[in-house]
Design a binder for this molecule. Sequence first.
Ligand SMILES: *Cc1c(COP(=O)(O)O)cnc(C)c1O
Ligand code: SF4
Length: 349
Amino acid sequence: MTDRSVSPTMSGHMIARTPAGWQPESWQRELAEGYRLPAELLAALGLDAAMHADVDFDPHNPFPQRVPLSYVQRMRRGDPSDPLLRQVLPLLSERAPSPAGYGRDPVGDLDAALAPGVLHKYQGRALLIATGACAVHCRYCFRRHFPYADAPGASEWKSALATLTDHKDVYEIILSGGDPLALTTHRLAALIERITVLPQLRRLRLHTRLPVVLPARIDQALLTLLANTRLKTVMVIHANHANEIDTQVRSALVELATAGVTLLNQSVLLQGVNDDAAALAALSEALFDAGVTPYYLHLLDRVEGSAHFEVPTHEALQIHAQLRALLPGYLVPRLVREEPGAPAKTPVF
Ligand SMILES: *Cc1c(COP(=O)(O)O)cnc(C)c1O
Ligand code: SF4
């Protein structure tokens, strides 16, 4: 993603589209107070910036650090290899020349666009880029180079959905981004309302990391919105490590389940974060305790700047085999990779 992907509260851009007299929701204030400077983040964790020559302190980083306070509170103090810290701290290795096979659009998203902001790669489902903004900038993200200028605003949503009107074989709309829950509830409600009128639609899916990185986002207004659509609602959250699921996250997830939302999780297999079977087993257990079923374990998308996170495929297979030996089958996520042009996520055997 680019420097255009600023949060609703920081840009003023989305505030301008909401009614007069509107006040930021409390989660938005929390979002605006997140850590933006690596030196501040290290200091908050009791780490000495001068000791960390591998960190990218450039204040003009085109994919800047972004992490909410509540996520930082789940990091271990004094531990530079904390698995949550590793996911968000910009490193100089991101600027190293990329190995062969790495690119800016490794999953072929730019070729799958049906209309600006609408991706139709797989049968029955279409993915809508609801916003370019995210509450957190995950350093391995395959969307770090995505041209978010094309993310639809209200008028573009209208034409995107008009395109979908003609696709009678699309039963499910996936709201993605960026992070669809970075939209205000007001804007999200307007989008869902437009989606709901498409008669062929049965399911609404949200791909979001907000319940994990900013559980305050799961407020009453959002729960009411999700509980009251005629569509079956599925939420695919994104957690990579058991330490991401604390009490507050668990309550947010339980509330979503109570509102009738089916909860799944996708993770990315990341070197130095979750590349061992015991860590992944603990994650599956923590997810299940919170009412979430493990869905996918993705091999890293080969996006420029993320090579230091890659777990080689043969190691991934070993880890996954060990995981299958540790857990009941329903707690083992499917190991997949995304291949441009494939009809589905590709299972890795
Ligand atoms: C991953 C993805 C989906 C969802 O795939 P599922 O296997 O149904 O989870 C849909 N559309 C696009 C463009 C995707 O990248
Ligand atoms: S929340 Fe998702 S889309 Fe946003 S930076 Fe992280 S991985 Fe990428």
